[in-house]
Design a protein around this ligand. Structure first.
Ligand SMILES: *[C@@H]1O[C@H](CO)[C@@H](O)[C@H](O)[C@H]1NC(C)=O
Ligand SMILES: *[C@@H]1O[C@H](CO)[C@@H](O)[C@H](O)[C@H]1NC(C)=O
Ligand SMILES: *[C@@H]1O[C@H](CO)[C@@H](O)[C@H](O)[C@H]1NC(C)=O
Ligand SMILES: *[C@@H]1O[C@H](CO)[C@@H](O)[C@H](O)[C@H]1NC(C)=O
Ligand SMILES: *[C@@H]1O[C@H](CO)[C@@H](O)[C@H](O)[C@H]1NC(C)=O
Length: 242
């Protein structure tokens, strides 16, 4: 009887931990129904191209994003429009405000699936476009270049300088939203950064620049992960004791 109870408790804990981790997986979903009611007609965790004919792509279209995504609507396979960058933690149900029915829908997932990789990526152009360069710990030197957008994930911070010997450095610390969630994106779709040296981790004395996720991102849904894990652990210990 006790062992049944213990097995049930452990299963519950595993399910809870799994669903908590699941929340932080990047996801993008599309619906034809207002308020995203019912099943989405498309649901992706990685970059994808939807080319199957309508009805899926008939306006009005609605979407939800968790993480950082680029949405590219196409009027024909060769007539795609300017991409839109959307972020959420997860974000609310939003209408894709576009006046045409689509033939193709492309999505690009930006960054790692779990939004906590120790890596920073800079792009030569705004909106995470053009050539990119990624840095992992501890540090990288390279010939100086101008970056116009960047992102990194997780509870991480990064320092960059225009050259390894420059004494002026800039710190990118994780955003408050990332702090609260324990994961997520800190980014800028439009910046000017001269980078020739990038190092993992800022010193606390350094000046700090952070960027909150985009306006389409909703608030944090659910409790702080650390609090949640602590709660699950205490609950499990109490259950296993009796
Ligand atoms: C989607 O199609 C575009 C254009 O053909 C291509 O560049 C991209 O790699 C495709 N993405 C996927 C995930 O197939
Ligand atoms: C793309 O489609 C739009 C709307 O039908 C049209 O106005 C535009 O000329 C098209 N562009 C190209 C390059 O075919
Ligand atoms: C989109 O397709 C639907 C169904 O075929 C049609 O009723 C509607 O008028 C179309 N909308 C536009 C903007 O072309
Ligand atoms: C980067 O350059 C600095 C200064 O020249 C040097 O001290 C450091 O070791 C270099 N780091 C790497 C990873 O090459
Ligand atoms: C980054 O943010 C965290 C949480 O707000 C803070 O504790 C830490 O000191 C910050 N680091 C730097 C280098 O500003």
């Amino acid at each position: 009887m006790f062992s049944y109870f213990k097995i049930a408790t452990l299963s519950l804990v595993l399910i809870l931990v799994h669903s908590t981790i699941g929340q932080q997986s990047q996801l993008i979903q599309f619906w034809n129904s207002a308020n995203c009611v019912g099943n989405p007609f498309a649901s992706w965790t990685a970059s994808a191209n939807y080319t199957t004919p309508p009805p899926g792509l008939t306006q009005p279209l609605y979407y939800k994003v968790n993480g950082l995504w680029e949405i590219i609507p196409c009027l024909s396979p060769t007539n795609c429009t300017v991409p839109w960058i959307r972020s959420g933690f997860p974000g609310p149900c939003t209408q894709l405000l576009f006046p045409y029915n689509l033939t193709d829908l492309r999505v690009r997932r930006i960054g790692d699936a779990n939004q906590n990789e120790r890596k920073i990526t800079f792009f030569e152009l705004p909106n995470f476009q053009g050539q990119s360069i990624s840095v992992v710990p501890p540090e990288t030197n390279f010939s100086s270049r101008t970056a116009q957008s960047y992102y990194f994930t997780g509870l991480n911070s990064w320092v960059y300088k225009s050259s390894p010997d420059n004494f002026i450095s800039v710190c990118y610390n994780y955003s408050l939203d990332v702090k609260n969630a324990g994961y997520g994106f800190t980014y800028s779709e439009a910046t000017i950064a001269n980078i020739g040296y990038v190092k993992y981790g800022c010193d606390v004395q350094q000046s700090t620049t952070t960027r909150k996720p985009g306006s389409s991102g909703g608030g944090i849904v659910g409790p702080n992960n650390a609090v949640y894990y602590a709660f699950i652990l205490v609950f499990a210990l109490i259950c296993l004791k009796y």
